[in-house]
Design a protein around this ligand. Sequence first.
Ligand code: GDP
Ligand code: ZN
Length: 439
Amino acid sequence: MTRSGLQDTIAAIATAPGSAGVGIVRVSGPAALEIADRAFRGRRAPSRTRGGRFLFGQLVAEGGELLDEGLCLVFRAPRSYTGEDVAELQTHGSPAVLARVLARVLELGARPARPGEFTLRAYLSGRLDLAQAEAVLNLVNAGSEAARRQGALGLSGELGARIAGVAADVTRTLAAIQAMLDYPEEGVPDEDRAEPLARARAGLKTLLDTARAGQAATRGARLALIGRPNAGKSSLLNALLGYERSIVTPIPGTTRDYLEAGVELAGVPVTLVDTAGLRETADPVEAAGVRQAAALAQQADLVLVLEDGHAPREALPGEVPQGARVIRLRTKADLGAAWEDPEALAVSAVTGAGLPELREAVRAALIGDAARGEAWLTTERQADAARRALTHLELATGLPDDLAGYELEAALHALAELSGRDVQEDVVDAVFRNFCVGK
Ligand code: GDP
Ligand code: ZN
């Protein structure tokens, strides 16, 4: 996607595929209202209508054939979503109607919008920064309440304000250092430099700590349940879901395939993966399942390792992936404890004992201390820029003034990238590739 081509007028169906009561074809660009004049027949021409108004009328083909009745919403540059002239044609929401209306608009000179191109234009016209565009993406794709909340907070500029607060402290430090270098004889009190820098570091650190939570909230997290056959994986999965999803049987090795189920835990969309039991086996089908379990655990954000608390403890035959975040569980607590381990949380799928503690441990592992009402970093792009900015601030802390200045400038640059005011075109492209057409 390029920044050129803003003179084009673009169009797309903005509503979801399939039938609905209402559908919208959105047209944006310099010719949007003229195109609407010819596709739409109302009491007044869209191009002669003030922004923020709507017209009732008919959508018509070239020869005047009626396509549908509907509304035309008129937005004028710069007061529109894209910052350009926009016409939104609201029709009945069948795929057939929308396809004809879109074809009509394209015939009149618009070209099909690429994924995210409306939002890209909002970004290029300065109506949204890149972090806000990412927030729009979070809202469009929100699969959970946490993702929706983060989208709304990001779009409202809450995230931008947190970043700006850090940047202001870095700028303050830089100004104090500059004054020191320019007028060394006057002297700048140490707290004028050290304090804002320490505050910036702390603020950025807190923000960076939200990145794991933000990504879990928006992308969801994968939790793998691993353990020997009969450890109680399927039963625990069912207990967490609250309904029978996995087949629970007393015969070891039943879960040869793996089962996935989506559930919201601690406000985060979580996919629970019930893996085949880990055990040494000669059965080739089961052996494949065991290998698959190890691979699934490897890909998981969090691994629940289950061990049967009602049987003598045995070493896990399979590997718990290196570096994986793990919660250890002693299962079947209702039957008593055949062994104890302070590291292992006792749970019972039958009585539900220990499940609130388990949910809390999952929450802590996925969300950490990130507060619910705060704006979080939600994408890897944001986390990466924040990490780089923090590194520069940490480097600056130990350096003499003249060298510290360079690090602080580099930190400011990374912060500008974080809010998306100063980014390379390929980074922008990568963000907008994740959008759907029509947004
Ligand atoms: P998996 O092979 O690890 O998936 O284990 P299952 O969930 O299929 O459970 C194996 C056996 O242990 C079944 O007979 C379950 O009913 C039993 N079981 C699982 N969890 C509990 C529990 O919390 N309490 C009791 N009493 N039995 C359990
Ligand atoms: Zn099972």
